[in-house]
Design a protein around this ligand. Structure first.
Ligand code: HEC
Length: 191
């Protein structure tokens, strides 16, 4: 009886949560596609606004448009899609959970040997509620980011003053080109 129960449990687990290589590849492809769309849309908006109206006016792109795109992608897919960082400007939206902290720390280590433009990581994790597919993609610092996330000398006025007023606890400065600003992150329930 006991054995039956164990076999049934093992069987139903493997049916409910197939974690085969094929599935992983499929989830990863889907995650990459969603993030690519997010990054392209955000990058386009930022470039357009920076060129047309400069850094002070572009604050709204990182502050309002990025979370709006993430929110729409989350609703559309039924996943949690956002951006996180080890040094946040907005702690409400940008604070990584324990798994994300580990991956971000790992990304910084991988930077010694890898191009951050292609750096990502995927894993299936088990939590009390069930299994999740989790995915993160590094966000490298580009030239355009330094105006608001760079060192003191490179950051642009008047965006600098606006940021100081709006984000008095801002930790997201002092970055240089090629470093990792944070990551796009996806948490997809597999139940
Ligand atoms: C015009 C100023 C400005 C520029 C340029 C800018 N950002 Fe930001 N960034 C912000 C603001 C403001 C926030 C806070 C967003 C919020 O309130 O959620 C932010 C937040 C972020 C976050 C979320 C984590 C956090 O710190 O809260 C990431 C990741 C990020 N920026 C990456 C970038 C990257 C990469 C670039 C260049 C491609 C860039 N930013 C360019 C102003 C800027």
């Amino acid at each position: 009886m006991k054995l039956h129960y164990l076999v049934a449990a093992a069987f139903s687990t493997s049916i409910a949560f197939p974690a085969h290589a094929d599935d992983m590849a499929k989830y990863q492809d889907e995650a990459r596609k969603v993030i690519k769309e997010f990054a392209t849309q955000l990058g386009g908006e930022l470039k357009k606004e920076m060129e047309a109206n400069g850094p002070a006016s572009s604050i709204k792109v990182c502050r309002d448009i990025a979370p709006a795109i993430a929110s729409e992608a989350s609703r559309k897919n039924g996943w949690h899609v956002s951006r996180v960082s080890l040094k946040v400007r907005n702690p409400l939206l940008g604070t990584p959970d324990a798994w994300e902290q580990k991956v971000l720390t790992d990304f910084d280590k991988r930077l010694e040997k890898e191009n951050p433009a292609n750096m990502d990581f995927a894993e299936i994790v088990t939590e009390p509620q069930g299994k999740y597919f989790r995915y993160m993609k590094a966000i490298p610092l580009q030239d355009v980011c330094l105006k608001c996330h760079g060192t003191d000398e490179v950051r642009a006025q008047p965006a600098k003053d606006t940021l100081a007023t709006e984000f008095p606890h801002d930790k997201a400065t002092g970055y240089t080109l090629g470093q990792i600003r944070g990551a796009f992150t996806i948490k997809r329930p597999l139940f």
